[in-house]
Design a protein around this ligand. Structure first.
Ligand SMILES: [Zn+2]
Length: 377
């Protein structure tokens, strides 16, 4: 019950925050013309939109619409047809989502639905489609890790979840059906038709060790400390923000922060800000890097990324379906590498990805080996 109240409180705060961000966004883009202009301008300048007749990239735009006239062959046409934004009926929601990701603001699809007014499934689709597009660009700077490392946050059932089983068991079953471990691979018609492979019996020890280490780290804290600890990341957060978002009083937050610092979980940095302490992350990696497990499996820096991602998912989405892991990891790389993933980079990835339809995403199953983003430093 206490847990439930805590979550409701946090959710109410997140909703207020998103409502305010949406108000600012609407002030900046008051009309649908402003929205289309912002959505398409960069793609046109970057020559990512082609004439369907002659492949020219020179367009005269009809102001504020998705129509343009090819300056080469003179055809008027839709600038979004066949591309990432084709069939988009709520461009305002798409632009807002892109802007949120570019400014490292993450919210659950449910909150986005409540504040922006698109259906919950549309909200989820928008974020997954962007995650998918970003994921297409991650090849060069990622390593592959087993999806079982993320089992901890698989709370939503998917079509892959065995009947009557918890979603976390999906991994186990999925492992037996392993058909294709290439990241981004589209699933075969039926996974069950595939021969059983034994090289997929994963390093369960490592996965369990990560999960146990994280659990025991969080569980060892007081309730107030946990409220603060789940808000910490490698991005500095100001004491005022931590106090407000934790729902604690000023003295409660101050004493929790002091204790977290002493416990080696939080680090204070100049400007009255806090980050998740290196020692907390190493404590987790220390367990995984122990003598009884295969050290060659994950590097310390990879463990750190996995740990951060698990905290991120728990905080923003509470949990996810294993099926979508790949897209969420890609989205997470926008958060992890904020210098790389500014608005232009995210928008470019989307236009280069082309059309990402609902069916496309629905048929997608995260492969057993997923791309793990790399920390930029
Ligand atoms: Zn043309």
């Amino acid at each position: 019950m206490v847990e439930e109240n805590k979550n409701n409180e946090r959710r109410a705060l997140e909703k207020l925050k998103l409502t305010e961000l949406y108000r600012q966004f609407n002030e900046q883009y008051p009309s649908i013309e402003h929205v289309w202009y912002a959505l398409l301008q960069h793609a046109i300048e970057a020559l990512l939109i082609f004439c369907r007749e002659c492949r020219s990239t020179d367009f005269l735009r009809k102001k504020g619409s998705r129509k343009g006239k090819c300056l080469h062959c003179g055809q008027w046409q839709s600038l979004t047809a066949g591309g990432f934004l084709s069939n988009v009926r709520r461009p305002r929601a798409w632009l807002f989502a892109l802007k949120l990701l570019a400014s490292k603001q993450f919210f659950s699809g449910k909150l986005f639905h409540e504040v922006v007014g698109v259906s919950q499934s549309s909200a989820a689709h928008i974020f997954k489609a962007i995650g998918y597009a970003v994921g297409q660009k991650l090849d060069e700077d990622t390593t592959l890790v087993k999806s079982s490392f993320f089992q901890e946050v698989f709370f939503h059932r998917s079509s892959e979840t065995p009947k009557g089983k918890h979603p976390q068991e999906e991994e186990l079953y999925f492992g037996l059906d392993e058909a294709d471990s290439r990241p981004g691979a589209m699933p075969p018609g039926s996974l069950n038709d595939q021969p059983i492979s034994d090289n997929g019996l994963s390093n369960e020890d490592s996965a369990e060790a990560v999960v146990e280490a994280l659990k025991s780290l969080i569980a060892s804290l007081s309730e107030d400390q946990q409220k603060i600890a789940t808000l910490l990341s490698t991005n500095p957060a100001h004491t005022d923000v931590l106090t407000r978002d934790s729902g604690l009083t000023v003295p409660q937050a101050a004493s929790s922060l002091t204790l977290l610092e002493l416990a080696g979980v939080a680090s204070r940095i100049p400007g009255d800000r806090y980050v998740l302490a290196e020692s907390a992350l190493l404590q987790v990696s220390g367990v995984v890097g122990g003598a009884d497990v295969d050290k060659s499996d994950l590097t310390k820096s990879q463990i750190k990324v996995v740990s951060l991602f698990l905290m991120f998912v728990r905080r923003v989405f509470s949990g996810l379906s294993r099926k979508w892991l790949h897209h969420y990891l890609s989205m997470f790389s926008c958060y992890l590498d904020e210098d790389r993933w500014d608005y232009i980079a995210i928008s470019t990835a989307c236009f280069e990805a082309g059309y990402v339809g609902g069916r496309h995403l629905l048929n997608y199953v995260s492969p057993r080996l997923v791309k793990l983003p790399i920390e930029p430093y």
